[in-house]
Design a protein around this ligand. Structure first.
Ligand code: XIL
Length: 302
């Protein structure tokens, strides 16, 4: 196959990208998006501050533009993200426990209900664990007011709101075997043992020279898969250039293909010029939508 999406499909996987609604009018962006990718993740448009800036007042327009574009192109959509400490409107942090629980459940119900049946996987909870060796939960309004049970509550609400969506826990610095990924692993194992609905774990996979592709990346994906969940690479970008960057991308693709339950890869943007890592060149297309060596490495590996 001659495109990322078609090559991944031949392997029974999807190959996606983050998309930002404000670029859907740019021809180079749209041409590249439509040609190469068969899954999209709204980069910011499905976050809480974008969708529910004030309590129970929802604004779906920008995210709808992305979903409509994707569906018209036959692309699948990943939902990102329902419960996260960041890009959270201020009103949420001001609620007491009972109101916060009601607001969290309402947010999940309204958002998942709006796109019910149209989202293949949802990041139900994003980044709930701290970095470092403690394996502890990160402070957030949800953690601080509702306690450890907030994740389980969110997943139960999500299953009821859209039974067809795969429900994922998503995080970063969990790509290798370390204290943080061990904490997520223990949570997923516990959820599976107790019948808490969870279908997938997302590995953001934001890599750079300080945090390269871990040597045990594939082994880590495999141990999660062995718990009976899908694994997905959800926000891949790798700073660098040339052969070194291409080699790192190749390793990520090979790791996913070597894990049966690794169902897809999403890169965190179409082009270097719009990467959230403004100073870097971490993606597969340069600022003029030319294919980089990393692109060729990915296509060849698929
Ligand atoms: C980033 C977006 O790419 C930026 O445009 C935004 O300013 C901040 O968020 N982990 C995540 C993503 O789960 O939602 C983040 O996306 C990158 C880190």
């Amino acid at each position: 196959a001659s495109t990322l999406g078609a090559a991944a499909a031949e392997q029974g996987r999807y190959f996606g990208t983050a998309v930002a609604a404000q670029y859907l009018g740019e021809s180079g962006y749209v041409t590249t998006l439509n040609r190469e990718f068969n899954s999209v993740t709204p980069e910011n448009e499905m976050k809480w501050d974008a969708l529910e800036p004030s309590r129970n007042s929802f604004n779906f327009a920008a995210a709808d533009r992305i979903v409509s574009h994707a569906r018209a192109q036959g692309m699948r959509v990943r939902g990102h993200t329902l419960v996260w400490h960041s890009q959270l409107p201020g009103w949420v942090g001001g609620l007491g426990a009972n109101d916060l629980r009601a607001a969290m459940n309402n947010h999940i119900n309204q958002v998942m209900g709006h796109w019910r049946g149209q989202i293949h996987s949802w990041d139900v909870v994003n980044e709930a664990f701290v970095d470092g060796n403690s394996g502890a939960r990160r402070s957030s309004p949800f953690q601080d007011r509702l306690g450890d049970g907030f994740i389980e509550e969110a997943f139960r609400a999500a299953r009821a709101a859209d039974p067809n969506a795969k429900l994922c826990y998503n995080d970063y610095n969990t790509d290798g075997i370390n204290a943080k990924s061990n904490a997520v692993y223990n949570m997923v194992r516990d959820f599976k043992a107790r019948g808490v609905p969870i279908d997938c774990v997302g590995f953001q996979s934001h890599f750079n020279s300080a945090s390269p592709v871990p040597s045990d990346f594939q082994a880590n994906l495999q141990r999660f898969a062995d718990l009976g969940v899908e694994v997905q690479i959800t926000e891949l970008d790798i700073e660098g250039s040339g052969t070194a960057q291409a080699d790192s991308y190749r390793r990520v693709v090979q790791a996913c293909l070597n894990v049966t339950r690794c169902t897809g890869i999403t890169v965190w943007g179409v082009t270097d010029k719009y990467s959230w890592r403004a100073s870097g060149t971490p993606l597969l297309f340069d600022g003029n939508y030319n294919k980089k060596p990393a692109y060729d490495a990915v296509l060849t590996a698929l």
